[in-house]
Design a protein around this ligand. Sequence first.
Ligand SMILES: Cc1cc2nc3c(=O)[nH]c(=O)nc-3n(C[C@H](O)[C@H](O)[C@H](O)COP(=O)(O)O)c2cc1C
Length: 480
Amino acid sequence: MTKEIRLNAFVMNCIGHQSMGMWRHPRDASRDYRTLGYWTGLARTLERGLFDGLFIADVLGVNDVYGGSPSAAIRAAAQIPINDPTMLVSAMAAATDHLGFGVTCSLTYEAPYVFARRMSTLDHLTGGRIGWNIVTGYLDSAARAAGMRKQIAHDERYDMAEDYMSVVYKLWEASWDDDAIVQDRETGVFAEPAKIRKIQHEGPYFQVEAIHLCEPSPQRTPVLYQAGASPKGMGFATRHAECIFINGPSKEVIGPYVRRIREALASQGRAPDSVLIFTMMTVIAAPTDDEAEAKLADYRGYVSRDGAFALLSGWSGLDFSRLDPDEQVRHVKTDSMQTAIDRFSSANPDKTWTIGEMADFSGIGGAGPVIAGSPQRIADELEGWMAATGVDGFNLAYTVMPECYVDFVDLVTPELRKRGVYKQTYAPGTLREKLFSAGPRIGADHPVSAVRAPDAETDRFGRLAPVGRRLVPGDPANGR
Ligand SMILES: Cc1cc2nc3c(=O)[nH]c(=O)nc-3n(C[C@H](O)[C@H](O)[C@H](O)COP(=O)(O)O)c2cc1C
């Protein structure tokens, strides 16, 4: 088989995620996002289509940059109201056997100790099917809501994220030995204290002394997803991520971007192909090209331009209500997503975009491309993107829910399978095993391996200090 196309559904626990205004469509069911049946039904559909994962985006804060007010976002249901993404996972895991769940959680507003337990819990409950999309947030409204004067500066958020990762890696990987649970009914010993360690962390942002509260879960560290795109963001992503998400309107934008990521991976000492790269895409499928184009035209009739502007303003940190729709898009440095606008302003030398064009383009599928067509046309396009850009797969954003995914599964996945570019069945094991044909634990070329041989408070075998005692240099007891 040529390179297998990997697929995630790209959703959010809200009404409007990337395609603003679709909730008004008579067939759209996104208002049911508040019910478990909506999510378990979706998970079953995706598993029927052998999707690798359901990727749940999230953002804290409201999109209040456009016009200096949240009104446009609120009117258009542009990522508000929005519920917690992690809460969905257990129900969907119970309804499926193989589907992976990539959950977006910001590390800016939650202590690593608390967060690490939530992820371990989900890794247990899903049987090792959990992933974490590491984000640092981009809305100033979230910082103000969390009691800060303003958002932490863009690059510093990544410095803080580095420190955060060290803490959660230690908790997940170094606090409990695999054989710590002995569960000996005779002796009454459930877990062996000598095999459970207090991790010590003295970093620039976090000082932590803790025993992880959870016993080792199937994957320990969840599969790590990241989407940093600025120079600092790409450095972070290529150091930590196992799957990288990117986004751009055309192959001409995405191809060079993929090459830069692979080069950056190599310069970090990681194999360039060891990371799966997914690009965002919106697909509208129907039995024939004409029917699909008619469907897209129908959807376009429901687009909320104000909703699209509210999102673009939130992503970029620029108030689009102050810009002339005929003005050319230019790079501006802000504390939000620095590359949200660059995808349009500078990435493609052959095209200049106006503000109005960018809003219209984004109305369906956000800043990503839209493909409408028959199964054959869509399969041609997806294969063409894979070949031209070197991506490993796609994050498929939704339009009208759930019909967009039902159509994809019923019409497009059989065509992909027929062409030998899509899996015939799921591989066994955890999400990491399914994605990488490797073990359930994160690989040795990853920074996690540094905490497996911990750098602080180690005994003479490089192990962390046993529970309840600090290491004393020269103490023979150090060597258990
Ligand atoms: C496909 C894709 C999905 C993303 N999903 C989220 C998300 O759910 N929540 C979030 O806070 N940021 C999300 N982001 C934003 C990234 O985490 C990151 O902030 C962004 O790519 C800009 O990175 P940069 O500031 O380093 O350029 C996403 C980005 C991309 C490309």
